[in-house]
Ligand binder design. Structure first.
Ligand SMILES: Nc1ncnc2c1ncn2[C@@H]1O[C@H](COP(=O)(O)OP(=O)(O)OP(=O)(O)O)[C@@H](O)[C@H]1O
Ligand SMILES: [Mg+2]
Length: 251
């Protein structure tokens, strides 16, 4: 199989952490250096007093390099909240989240963590291929190589023929698949995908998971995917279940 990802022009961007500044997991041991995300009693509440909403109760979990994790749970159970905390988009209101093998949260994007949002997330003035190559360009990949990787990722998802369209010309499902192509085009250490098949028919959803898992097979890139698709969840190594803001099945 051809190498699906390309490497940035320089080995290390100026803002990337130096090894010396990359903290080791507190517990050390053989897993040290493989731990991408560590949540310790991390929670997120909104509002205060009687109006307090607990979106995520104290969650303790870890994501290591190469993990394939499905996050299951009914609507409103806290899946997006947990993914956003793990991606450093939001901060916990109690407990803490650290990225032992990645460094401080400022360094997470665009190079290390790719997030496939539940909501539409394509930039309206840019074409599909431009949307896919944006993280590569921000990551200092030369323009030609970025375009090549973007087109390759689109081809994997059978989206070549819409490469020059604008987001407003896409169906909801096409836009979702473009967002997945954007995450795959670069080699992030961690992909957090929030219901990436929510708007897809069964066959297309299965194809998307085929592409995701095939592309990541044998790589260290970890995948955490929130989904209601039980068949897809069974293809992952681990399943986390959420209910009323409580993460079950992970200690
Ligand atoms: N900005 C916010 N302000 C107040 N409450 C919020 C906010 N964001 C989320 N919540 C609440 O937190 C809870 C968890 O929401 P979250 O979006 O994490 O659920 P989810 O499991 O992703 O649901 P879905 O499957 O519908 O996407 C819900 O009760 C939601 O109403
Ligand atoms: Mg959600």
């Amino acid at each position: 199989m051809t190498e699906p990802f390309i490497k940035p022009r320089t080995g290390r961007a100026p803002h990337q952490p130096t090894p010396a500044s990359t903290p080791e997991p507190a517990n050390g041991g053989p897993e040290a250096g493989r731990m991408l995300v560590e949540a310790r009693a991390a929670g997120r509440t909104y509002g205060s007093g009687e109006a307090t909403v607990t979106a995520l109760a104290s969650a303790t979990c870890r994501v290591a390099k190469g993990d394939r994790i499905a996050l299951l749970g009914p609507s409103g159970s806290g899946k997006s909240t947990l993914l956003h905390l793990m991606g450093g988009l939001d901060a916990p209101t109690n407990g803490e989240i650290t990225w032992p093998a990645l460094g401080a949260w400022e360094t997470l994007r665009p190079r290390q963590v790719a997030i496939v949002f539940q909501m539409p997330s394509l930039l309206a003035p840019l074409t599909v291929v431009e949307n896919v190559e944006i993280p590569l360009l921000l990551g200092r990949v030369p323009a030609e190589a970025a375009r090549h990787a973007a087109l390759e990722a689109l081809a994997r998802l059978e989206l070549t023929r819409i490469a020059d369209k604008l987001p407003e010309e896409l169906s909801g499902g096409q836009a979702q698949r473009v967002a997945v192509a954007r995450a795959l085009a670069y080699r992030p250490a961690l992909i957090l995908a929030d219901e990436p098949t929510g708007q897809l028919d069964r066959a297309t959803a299965q194809h998307l998971f085929d592409v995701l898992l095939d592309t990541l097979a044998g790589t260290d890139t970890a995948l955490v995917v929130a989904t209601h698709d039980l068949a897809a969840a069974e293809r992952m190594d681990r399943v986390w279940r959420m209910r009323h803001g409580i993460l079950e099945g992970e200690v």
